[in-house]
Design a binder for this molecule. Structure first.
Ligand code: NAI
Ligand code: ISE
Length: 345
């Protein structure tokens, strides 16, 4: 069986997902694409020799009869309308993060999906598919380090593009930690505080960098995350879980250990696409496989909503300097069913 997929947004990650579905993964076929930059969408179809139609807009693509499932990789502010339209059409939809740019927008999606009566939405939080994070979760779940007490993390980018402004360190980068840490610890957040250290001189004018973000969970676990997006030296994701009887670290990406010129060294990656390339492959392959079985087996619309609620609280904590409570309410029963839970293999 082959899943016929339409892609909305053929920019950086859209192209990357089209390439992987076409050349690396199995059981998926790109049959339709669209982008507000139609020439770019046409060029992708031509360059990759895709047997795919280029649509004028996302809504026409969603309605198209040959499109069985939708991938949304357009700009964040457009996600909500395309996800809602996919739900209205009864089509499974994989949406890159963020699910919507506001918690209210995510809630509208949650409500629409529940009203439709069947899980259709998966959000692109790919770290849950990373081999290293999965190995770390297995160690925590095995009880080898006792109960988790504290977590120390870092999210470092060498630099960021000019359109990376305002609170994107929280809404664009830190959202990955928001999602992966509650999955890793099987927990939820109750409060957040944001500390602003001395600013680097190497950030664009007006951009705060770095941030230290402190989260507290329902179980009382304390998490500190350094988000530093102009660190210059590489793309570096760190996560250390301190338990009652031991400490577990996220493995480093494998790299040759070089002894040369009186130095012992290993390379550090610089690009997030390379750091998580395997995770994106596994994520999309598992989405195709479970969609073909009529299931959602990945981060749900509820997870997208929780990420948005938490990120909104972080932005408020940054603005006010206060510790901000996070109250997201009970997870609806709709999202606790087996069909909407990520299995770790
Ligand atoms: P991009 O700017 O390279 O590409 C976005 C594309 O969407 C552009 O080609 C633009 O013309 C198109 N677009 C905008 N509005 C549209 C509309 N109404 N209809 C059709 N096309 C439209 O951005 P990038 O880096 O590819 O990011 C896209 C999304 O993916 C963002 O939400 C971003 O946060 C997310 N992302 C997720 C990553 C992850 O690690 N999971 C990594 C990078 C991006
Ligand atoms: C980017 O949009 C991503 O999603 C990357 O995974 C993240 O590490 C980076 O900081 C974001 O800007």
């Amino acid at each position: 069986m082959v899943l016929k997929i339409g892609v909305i947004g053929t920019g950086a990650i859209g192209q990357d997902h089209i390439r992987r579905i076409t050349s690396t993964l199995t059981s998926g076929k790109i049959v339709a694409v669209t982008d507000v930059n139609k020439e770019q969408a046409k060029a992708i179809v031509n360059n990759l020799s895709l047997d795919a139609k280029v649509y004028d807009n996302g809504h026409e693509l969603i309605q198209a009869e040959e499109v069985e499932a939708v991938v949304v990789t357009s700009w964040g502010p457009t996600h909500e309308e395309f996800v809602l339209a996919s739900i209205a059409a009864g089509k499974p939809v994989f949406c890159e993060k963020p699910l919507a740019t506001t918690a209210e927008g995510c809630k509208r999606i949650v409500d629409a999906e529940i009203a439709f009566g069947k899980p259709l939405v998966q959000v692109g939080y790919m770290r849950r598919y990373d081999k290293g994070y999965r190995a770390l979760k297995n160690v925590i779940d095995s009880g080898k380090i006792g109960e988790a007490l504290m977590v120390h993390c870092a999210h470092r980018n060498p630099s960021v593009p000019d359109n990376y402004t305002g609170d994107m360190a929280i809404t664009d980068s830190f959202v990955h930690e928001i999602d992966v840490l509650r999955w890793l610890l099987n927990d939820d957040y109750v409060s957040v505080q944001v500390i602003l250290p001395r600013n680097t001189r190497l950030a664009a004018q007006g951009l705060q960098d770095p941030h230290i973000i402190l989260l507290e969970t329902v179980q009382g676990i304390r998490i500190d995350v350094e988000v530093f997006v102009n660190c210059q030296y590489g793309y570096d994701i760190q996560c250390q879980v301190v338990g009652e009887t031991g400490i577990a670290n996220l493995p480093e990406p494998s790299s040759v250990v070089l002894r040369s010129e009186a130095k012992l060294s290993t390379e550090i990656l610089v690009d997030w696409k390379e750091r998580f390339i395997d995770s994106y492959d596994v994520e999309l392959q598992e989405w195709i496989n479970s969609t073909l079985k009529g299931k959602v087996n990945g981060p749900t619309a509820w997870d997208g909503y929780v990420a948005a609620m938490t990120s909104d609280a972080c932005v408020e904590a940054k603005r006010t300097g206060n510790i901000i409570p996070i109250a997201m309410g009970e997870r609806p029963e709709f999202y606790t069913k087996e069909s909407a839970v990520v299995e770790v293999t």
